[in-house]
Ligand binder design. Sequence first.
Ligand code: FMN
Length: 322
Amino acid sequence: MSVNTALTTRLTTALGLTSPVVLAPMDLVSGGRLAAAVTHAGGLGLIGGGYGDRDWLIQEFAHAGQARVGCGFITWSLARRPDLLDVALDHNPVAIMLSFGDPAPFADRIRAAGAKVICQIHSVEDARKALAAGADILVAQGGEAGGHGTAARSTFTLVPEIADLVADTAPDTLLLAAGGIIDGRGLAAALALGADGALIGTRFWASSEALVPAAIQRHALEASGDDTIRTSVYDIVRESPWPARYTGRLLRNAFTTRWHGRESHLVDALPAAQAAYRDAQAQHDPGNLNIIVGEAIGRVRDITPAAELLHTITSQARHLLT
Ligand SMILES: Cc1cc2nc3c(=O)[nH]c(=O)nc-3n(C[C@H](O)[C@H](O)[C@H](O)COP(=O)(O)O)c2cc1C
């Protein structure tokens, strides 16, 4: 008996997908091959433009080939290099996702290029601003998510609150849930909470196509959800000027144990800490590396091709919902 891997929502109808799953634009992890794999399997792949590296972006759009993919940027960083948006728009992306900052300065250019404007938000106030900027799709990200975000809200309460706000004020806008979704149960829950689909990061981080060293992926498979932490220590050591409200969720290790809660000491010890961090990067040392995953890593136990993940998640959700 063949398994039905299609699931129809407002998102799939609007974008011509067969699965309401969008690959999170994980900085330097969601490359063109991963994005294309998700798109070919019926979802939407977003390349992780992140802080913005022109050559990497061009290379990864090339790796996506003819697949219909989009791209995501860290908004405050894009504001420093707005030319990178043109690089992405030159590749006719399906959508551009903006996270962590004011989307308004970029939204018109994205729409004028024929791409959807996706805005990742972390609060009701963020959602109102994104709607005012004309977002086509909101991503409501809870604090359990991997990567940057805020600790203020969880997916379980944020998604239905934003779903109601959208229904009341901008009913044509679509909503994705993000944070903690790795399987069909999570996708079904997201739809039940009022979302039109899910944006998934951590589960695809542990896919065969993700641009993550295999040894690091295997290391993370040992972790439970208790082993992640929200912290700024890696932003401090990289001297990355994140606005104060955002922290990153990542795996605890010797580096976070040493510096989390002792941030002012880290600032004082920066040259030595930066040397240790560079060594960790060169040696793929999980004790000191920034391994970015969300709480849901606790239930990821294998490295799987993205298409297989997408089909399993979608068919499980379909089964649960029907
Ligand atoms: C390794 C990693 C890198 C990420 N990088 C970005 C990024 O560059 N831009 C962004 O908008 N979100 C980024 N995120 C957050 C995702 O967009 C998404 O909100 C999150 O992965 C959803 O939660 P989950 O990890 O539990 O699936 C990243 C997440 C991970 C795991």
